[in-house]
Design a protein around this ligand. Sequence first.
Ligand code: NAD
Length: 473
Amino acid sequence: MERTFKLLINGEAVDGASQFDVVNPATAQPFARCPRADAAQLNAAVAAAKAAFPAWAATPIEERAARVEAVAARLQERLSEFASLLTTEQGKPLDQATGEVMGTVFTLRAFTEMRPETRILRDEGGNRIVEHRTPLGVVAAITPWNFPMILAANKIGPALVAGNTMVLKPAPTTPLTSLLLGEIFAELLPPGVINIVCDQNDLGALLTTHPDVAKVAFTGSTATGKKVMASAADGVKRVTLELGGNDAAIVLDDVEPALAAQKVFQGAMYNAGQICVAVKRAYVPEGMYEAFCDEIAQLARDAVVDDGAKQGATVGPVQNAMQFEKVKALIEDARQRGTIVAGGDALDRPGYFIAPTIVRDLDDDAPLVREEQFGPVLPVLKYRDIEEVIARANDSDYGLGGTIWGRDVARATDVAMKIDSGTVWVNQHLAIDPRIPFRGSKQSGLGGELGQAGLHEYTQAHIVNAVELEPSA
Ligand code: NAD
């Protein structure tokens, strides 16, 4: 029997005002129906979150953290069910989906161990100034389709532990794992603390302009992020924007080409390249360029591109039809400007499959180099000297992540220091840890998530400044 999914509003599992199809990207066929909220249901969700806020904020933090821990534990018990649904709606291979669900558990747990920091700013001469951290109110959490579970957890963990309530709105092409999480929330959290509504890209603006929303926590494209920032202006809402990236991988000349190619390939093609911090441009010294291109092209040809539910698949489909068309267009443009040494085409089968594609001999102004491709295609660029490659890597409106590969770690770290991005990894990639802050520079974001700083973004500094009264005359 086909599984049914419900919205979560005020602790109740409810049908949407209408429904829409959710497509399995490995077949391009619908496999489930998703409830679609209308404006009245969105307003009801915000009202429920608003009504639940005072009691949740007044609940001792140890109890709030214990409830979030209970959610994490229940999710872990249902790991394989969630991983399988994630693969079906998102497309990623089952082992990667399992990793995302475990990462979701780990992220929720990490926040249960953090506490907003209370600081005594002065305590002398009868003057005591204390900075407290108070919750904000209703948080609107808006997530994209590449990591629908973990990117929701990045928001749910800190928001709830800090004492906020939430309306979560997942992306229309990957709503189901969020709705399945709703079953766990309904069981383990007080009504209204989290509400989940689904849309077809039509309720975002209503949510971000809603007068009862105190903060918008958004992960998605830079284009939509700009709209979110503008729409939050009217109510002077707090916003956290985790946006796009165009991360450079810089290979230094003391690494073996085969090893560098293997590392860069993994960083570029995990989740079919649909990661905000995927390697999106690779820069390789000219003396190593031929060897590196040969090695990485071979890795692309060896990848097992298949339905993520099939054992052995290493690269799944692109997540949705729109992204599939966008990536194909970038490849067609790159075919005219450079040399495709592996892949270059969609697979001749149903589903949104693109063969892992490596393009060499492109100029820096090619769209595949300048734009965020967000798919399984990587440009490999040649460089002569370090200062030149640093300048080229930084010549971007984005500044999310980046990786430096080098045997001499001190030298590689020096290069990392000069890359204008929120995070730069040296000799590792995707080392995202919920206890370590994550944030973009330039147009890759505003504010940030994760770590103690990420928890504080769900709070307001509240200064209480007290002195003693002078003795009465
Ligand atoms: P998107 O911007 O199209 O959509 C993201 C979310 O915004 C969806 O839930 C969508 O329904 C919603 N939305 C659409 N219009 C809206 C509006 N006017 N107001 C409010 N919300 C609206 O992004 P996407 O295509 O789903 O995701 C891919 C992008 O996300 C890439 O650019 C990727 O780099 C970025 N991303 C960033 C991070 C990060 O942490 N920095 C992480 C993952 C993905």
